[in-house]
Design a protein around this ligand. Sequence first.
Ligand SMILES: *Cc1c(COP(=O)(O)O)cnc(C)c1O
Length: 378
Amino acid sequence: MINFNVPPYTGKEVEYMKEAIGNQKICGDGPFTKKCNEWIEKQCGTAKCLLTTSCTHATEMAALLADIREGDEVILPSYTFVSTANAFVLRGARAVFVDIRPDTMNIDETLIEDAVTERTRVIAPVHYAGVGCEMDVIMDIARRHNLMVVEDAAQGIMASYRGKALGTFGEFGCFSFHETKNFSMGEGGALLIRDEKYIETAEIFREKGTDRSKYYRGQVDKYRWQDYGSSYLPGDLNAAYLYAQLELAEEITQARMDRWKQYKELLAPLAEEGKAELPFIPEHCSHNAHMFYIKTKDLEERSRLIGFLKDKGIMAVSHYVPLHSAPAGKKFGRFHGEDKYTTKESDRLLRLPMYYKLTADEVEYITEQVKDFYGASR
Ligand SMILES: *Cc1c(COP(=O)(O)O)cnc(C)c1O
């Protein structure tokens, strides 16, 4: 059986976790958390990175830092994971969904401005599959309307838009290190902060509303309750696990990229014969091979292909059910404009197995089965 995902593992994780135990510092903000934060700051070029317990929590922190209030509105795609919306909905905001582009599955930047109202506070673009949204256009709209930008870059580490790392454009960027992502710590994430002015408040929100971070650095002699907050910091054992993978980030990304390119090459005949569509990467976007998907004719064909591949021992899966069509999406949000592509394209999208240790032979086998299904030339 070829699984859809196998959590990344390099072999060094256990050694680093033992080291964390030896440090006698397994709570949050230990040595490995610092290493991860510094690595990400350097890799991405951002003022500050704070490791969090999930991307969901990083986005919740961003909503707190943006001071989202009851009745505020956030503009986002409907084709995303629930957390992009929930983080703001938790603060009383309404989700305003706009359509996606069929080529990248990202928010259609040309439709955003029309959705802006007096209540709009934030634009939350999602970099689907680690392929950048049109950030030049999005940042320009945000500037002109005085809006904040919170990037859901859950899938976007090691990817860039016009040479700049995803997650570093907006006031805040959010990474995920869930086991399904390119680098993992089981459950985990990171908040990227662009402007230094937010760092102190972010540290307080993350440390239960206290200035314990300052206390740890020896900047105050006792820590006190400063503001509201919660516990958004992961234990150092999880950070140790993640650090082993960050050290090998180039190698892991290259391995994924090799498989991604192999998929694209071997399935090219399908696209040429007009039988299925393959992912599109804009020229100015450098992606991270987070995902390889194909688009079938419609929902019915996708279901048949999933069943066909399952019979051949291959796990291929669909993705998001558009938020606006889900119970909570109807309660907490509205779709602005026409749903021209969100539902239609999400019904067609099928993700093929993609993970660090996926082999060339496996990709060859998978693509042969897909081509068999379509009766395409090999
Ligand atoms: C994985 C993912 C999340 C959630 O990440 P967690 O770390 O599990 O909270 C949010 N948004 C997108 C687009 C994701 O892919």
